[in-house]
Design a protein around this ligand. Structure first.
Ligand code: FMN
Length: 349
């Protein structure tokens, strides 16, 4: 049956390949949108352009009428993260359900909720395919992938800042995959004004935490914070650094940028570089989430750049701008709400 992680994986994907065969056994495969109602998989005979406008003359429908045994393959392919490959193969019995039945109406509602484009299509007036799973085969990282969306919009809205990690280590190839995403960020003049230090060794993380802690203690004391509050904030921040399985430290690197005689243009050049560093960081945050990892963002290095440089023996031209702890979330943190678009956007009409 289709249950557990396999069901969650299938429900969270948008496209599968439906295999059917005709009476002679001649197979055919076709990509399909589908919805899972907990009992059946539903496929609309929609009005996307097709060779034959009459849904009953479609090859897949003719095949199902002749031979109801079908297979639906749903898969995730991550080109640079093969440890995350996953697929579910559902073998089942298909039937054609005419419009006008309660089952059909409920399925159309499900399909429309999953695919907004279906709201404008007359699915209520057309038959639909229902597949009752007979048996299910799963392969690869189905459980891990079930918790992650397959599409870019869902990855963007699903990502969140993670502040506590389990001690499960992060495979090096995944860290490299995340850094590779940074490399493709836009940058002023294409100069890529960023460099990345990667911290995986407990001793390095401890050294960094201690050095930053000393600096922060002095700053907080200057601000007049009570000693107990200072100690608490320091302990929390140091623990975040020490317990993160991996840390990526994005640095601004200005040496390759244009030089201007006037300070205004030079400042704009610098701002562009910082904007670009933000784009590189966002590429990494999204990629980490996409491949099943989680990331946070700590701005602390900005406030003690030379201390971080000294603790990590970084070149002087590498200006630390953030700390990105990377690992597997210890708990699923809450997603912060967002302002509505109307608060953020002004159109010219
Ligand atoms: C430039 C920048 C600096 C940030 N610094 C910190 C930080 O020092 N500590 C922290 O816990 N989160 C930090 N964050 C993360 C934000 O708090 C977080 O992105 C925001 O609350 C929205 O939550 P979300 O990322 O989970 O959607 C920073 C984010 C940005 C963009």
């Amino acid at each position: 049956m289709l249950t557990g992680a396999a069901a969650a994986f299938v429900a969270a994907r948008d496209v599968g390949v439906l295999a059917t065969a005709d009476a002679t056994g001649m197979p055919t495969g076709v990509p399909v949108c589908y919805a899972w109602d907990g009992t059946d998989l539903w496929i609309a005979l929609d009005t996307k352009p097709k060779r034959d406008a009459d849904p009953l003359r479609l090859r897949r429908v003719q095949n199902i009428l002749a031979r109801p045994q079908v297979t639906l393959v749903v898969q995730d392919y991550l080109a640079d993260a093969w440890a995350q490959l996953a697929h579910v193969i559902v073998h089942g019995t298909a039937r054609l359900v005419p419009p006008g039945t309660p089952d059909h109406a409920a399925a159309v509602a499900l399909l429309r909720a999953k695919y907004p484009q279906y709201q404008a299509m007359p699915l209520d007036a057309r038959p639909a395919i229902a597949i009752r799973p007979d048996h299910v085969t799963t392969w690869g990282a189905v459980a891990a992938r079930a918790a992650r969306p397959a599409t870019l919009p869902a990855t963007i809205t699903g990502r969140r800042s993670v502040r506590r990690f389990s001690d499960r280590p992060v495979p090096r190839d995944l860290v490299e995959h995340i850094l590779e995403a940074a490399r493709w960020a836009p940058s002023p003049h294409g100069r890529q004004p960023w460099r990345f230090a990667v911290l995986t060794q407990p001793a390095t993380k401890a050294r960094l935490a201690a050095a930053m802690g000393d600096e922060w203690r002095a700053t907080l004391a200057q601000d007049g914070e009570p000693a107990t509050a200072v100690a608490q904030r320091l302990a929390a921040s140091q623990s975040r650094i020490r317990t993160a399985p991996t840390i990526i430290l994005p640095c601004l690197y200005l040496a390759d940028l244009d030089q201007y005689p006037d300070p205004d243009r030079q400042a704009a050049e610098m701002t562009m570089a910082i904007q670009s560093l933000g784009a590189a960081i966002q590429n990494m945050l999204l990629t980490a989430y996409h491949v099943g990892l989680d990331m946070g963002w700590m701005c602390a290095p900005l406030f003690c750049q030379s201390v971080v440089q000294a603790a990590l023996a970084l070149p002087e031209a590498w200006l630390p701008h953030a700390l990105l702890p990377l690992g597997y979330a210890a708990a699923d943190p809450k997603r912060r709400p967002r302002r509505p678009l109307a608060d953020l956007v002004r159109w010219d009409d």
